[in-house]
Design a protein around this ligand. Structure first.
Ligand code: SF4
Length: 307
């Protein structure tokens, strides 16, 4: 639905390889989603390299924001669940934050990359936001949707990252309490400003920091999963589980959920009460009133022109 990026983070090749931000027109996006819904799809994820910069031309000839598009997609008959990814903190505008309060079909889970908790490194990365800016956005999102769970991306060992900078990243992880995150060692990409920066960090140091960060992220994820024990979620069942009679689906937070359920529930949403927390999955039991909705399947819809 959206492709390219105008942000020019100094570690990233996207602005060079994919070019400037382009957004598919609303009519094209809606046409695809209406067809998908008619085919039985009930969950869509609107995708783009910087999806919340979406500005596709609407039927009124105006540029529509992602918030406006989400609201419209939510009115497509049959669509029950909405997600979008990946977003930039600077493009979380008022309307998009309000969408997390106002659109019940927008799932309470958001992937919002921050990359570092250090202002010095955020500036070197040209992220165009500070740690405080990010925290403010999170606070507003949580105010709009108290059930929201957040995931993020982190890069460790960006050129010039000191132990103090890295400690700021660790403290941000514990301050926010992410439900999960992707973390990577910085890897210089030819043609990007970061690759030319002095003070490249030793691989041994990067590996050691990555291990510490991943321990912190894993602890946050385990805490979030534990908090799900005893809760009842709508689970979208996707496929048979490892054991006979078991199905695997996704919670609103995208966690894999395994439950004993009839095969006929594949493609359906049913209420599941979480009874056990595993290392990679949640386990649950269908609630008594688990009545299937009609045939949902998750699908990604690209927001870029021509995508
Ligand atoms: S906002 Fe994302 S896609 Fe754009 S330059 Fe930064 S990291 Fe790359």
């Amino acid at each position: 639905m959206q492709e390219g990026c105008d942000k020019f983070c100094t570690f990233c090749v996207v602005p060079y390889t994919r070019g400037a931000e382009l957004s598919r027109p609303v009519k094209s996006v809606l046409g695809e989603i209406e067809s998908l819904a008619e085919a039985g799809v009930r969950e869509v994820t609107l995708i783009g390299q910087n999806v919340n910069a979406y500005h596709g031309k609407g039927p009124d000839a105006c540029a529509w924001s992602l918030a406006r598009l989400l609201e419209r997609v939510g009115r497509v008959p049959g669509i029950e669940r909405l997600r979008y990814t990946t977003s930039h903190p600077r493009d979380m505008d008022d309307d998009l934050i309000a969408a997390h309060r106002d659109l019940p079909k927008l799932m309470p889970q958001l992937h919002l990359p921050v990359q570092s908790g250090s202002d010095r490194i955020l500036a070197a990365m040209n992220r165009r936001h500070t740690r405080a800016d990010y925290l403010r956005v999170i606070e507003r999102l949580r105010h709009a949707c108290p059930a929201l769970a957040l995931t993020s991306d982190f890069i460790v060992g960006f050129p010039g990252e000191t132990e103090e900078d890295f400690a700021a990243t660790l403290s941000l992880v514990s301050e926010i309490g992410f439900s999960g995150a992707f973390s990577f060692k910085y890897s210089p990409r030819p043609g990007t400003p970061g690759a030319e920066m002095p003070e490249q960090i030793d691989e041994v140091v990067k590996s050691e920091r990555l291990r510490r960060l991943q321990r912190a992220i894993d602890a946050g994820q385990a805490a979030f999963n534990s908090s799900c024990l005893g809760r009842t979620f709508d689970v979208l069942f996707e496929r048979p589980g490892r054991h006979a009679g078991q199905l695997v689906g996704r919670s609103p937070y995208l966690q894999p959920v395994q439950a004993t359920a009839p095969q006929s529930l594949i493609g359906d949403i049913a209420a599941v009460t979480i009874t056990e927390i595993g290392s990679n999955s949640l386990f649950g039991a269908l609630t008594d009133d688990a009545s299937p909705a009609a045939a949902p399947r998750p699908v990604e819809v690209a927001l870029a022109t021509g995508a």
